[in-house]
Design a protein around this ligand. Structure first.
Ligand code: KG4
Ligand code: ZN
Length: 339
């Protein structure tokens, strides 16, 4: 049985997984850094990189242990090299290069965004390409036309904040902790999503772009209307906070679902695969389900546990392996989004 060790360190999760050639996940480990970044209400790149240095070897050991194998059993080693935080990417890549060199096994660099979409392929246990791929995470909100798992053409993305970033920033405005997505979603369950008509950018335009910074500003003014004394989250009633959360969540969910449906119509590919942390959101999932069903499109959502960053989705490395697309030790990180 051939085995790949996949390593993930693009942002603030250090993760490793062992995946067999039949795509069975034999062992997986994720070390979250949420606690370290909490008091800054966002990821601090230098703190993230240093934490990766401390965690990468224990996380690899744990994944191997869970899989019941050692470095000597590996057929290849894979690592996400793009996109992400430069110094965080470097830690994962250095570990992967060291293993490839020490064991004399192939090295496979993978695209983190492609991997998020591949989580849908893993869960489906069947072919899902070609498709439109939607990645909604803390760093990205992007639509791609996937011709196959490794060939994706960028259709468009956010021109300012990512969807997850908007969740995190609005959560901070509402006095919730970091990362704010899950906490905001919980608060929203108590609120009325129709209470406030927040903006839904670009939904009436064909261009496949997103913008969430205006929505964030609208939330700020819902808390503290212009010309009135500034109010803190703690001065809002529980009902006001819940209504703002629910109305914001629905605005994001509808915007995402409408733009994704437009992308399907424009490409003529009738299948949508969705991954990334925000794809774990209950209302986002429901809106995507509703709008794709209305049009008769096929929808594949990454399983909740594979939405946020993990190394299991590094199974995409097998696609490169079977094509013989190995990387040399000179491979470098590419922090920005490849077009
Ligand atoms: O994919 P991910 O783990 O990291 C990046 O690659 O960015 O996504 C993290 C983002 C955070 O912004 C977090 O607040 C958001 O995903 N998130 C959610 C939920 N779970 C995670 N946002 C809304 N609702 C959720 N249930
Ligand atoms: Zn991610």
């Amino acid at each position: 049985m051939k085995l790949i060790l996949a390593i993930e360190s693009t942002c603030d999760e250090t993760a490793a997984a062992v995946i067999a050639e039949d795509l069975r996940v034999l062992g997986s480990s994720v070390a979250s850094q949420d606690r370290l970044h909490q008091r800054f209400s966002g990821v601090v790149p230098e703190i993230a990189a240093r934490a990766h240095v401390e965690r990468v070897l224990p996380v690899i050991d744990e994944a191997l242990q869970r899989a019941g194998c050692g470095l000597e059993d590996l057929t290849a080693v894979a690592v996400a090299t793009t996109p992400g935080l430069a110094n965080s990417l470097l830690v994962g890549l250095s570990a992967a290069k060291a293993i490839a060199l020490a064991r004399g096994i192939p090295l496979l660099g993978i695209n983190h965004l492609h991997a998020h979409v591949y989580a849908c392929r893993l869960a489906a246990e069947r072919e899902v390409f070609p498709c439109v791929g939607l990645i909604i995470s803390g760093g990205h909100t992007h639509l791609f036309h996937f011709l196959d798992p490794l060939d994706a053409r960028l259709l468009g993305g956010t021109i300012d904040d990512a969807a997850g970033e908007a969740f995190d920033k609005v959560a901070t405005l509402l006095g919730l902790g970091y990362p704010g997505g899950p906490a905001l979603s919980k608060l929203a369950e108590e609120g009325n999503p129709k209470a406030i008509a927040f903006p839904r950018s670009f939904i009436h335009e064909p261009r496949l772009q997103f913008s969430f910074s205006g929505l964030k500003t609208a939330v700020r003014y819902a808390i503290s209307p212009q010309g009135q004394p500034v109010r803190l989250a703690s001065q809002l009633s529980d009902r006001e906070r819940a209504d703002i959360a629910a109305s914001f969540e629905l605005a994001v969910a509808e915007t995402i679902a409408i733009k994704a449906t437009q992308a399907i119509e424009q490409t003529g590919v009738s299948r949508l695969c969705v991954g990334g942390g925000v794809a774990a959101n209950r209302v986002v999932r429901a809106e995507l389900e509703k709008r794709t069903a209305e049009k008769g499109f096929e929808l594949l959502l990454a399983p909740r546990e594979l939405c946020t960053d993990n190394a299991v989705m590094g199974a995409i490395a097998w696609e490169k392996y079977w094509r013989g697309q190995f990387d040399g030790l000179e491979i470098d990180i590419l922090p920005g989004l490849m077009r």
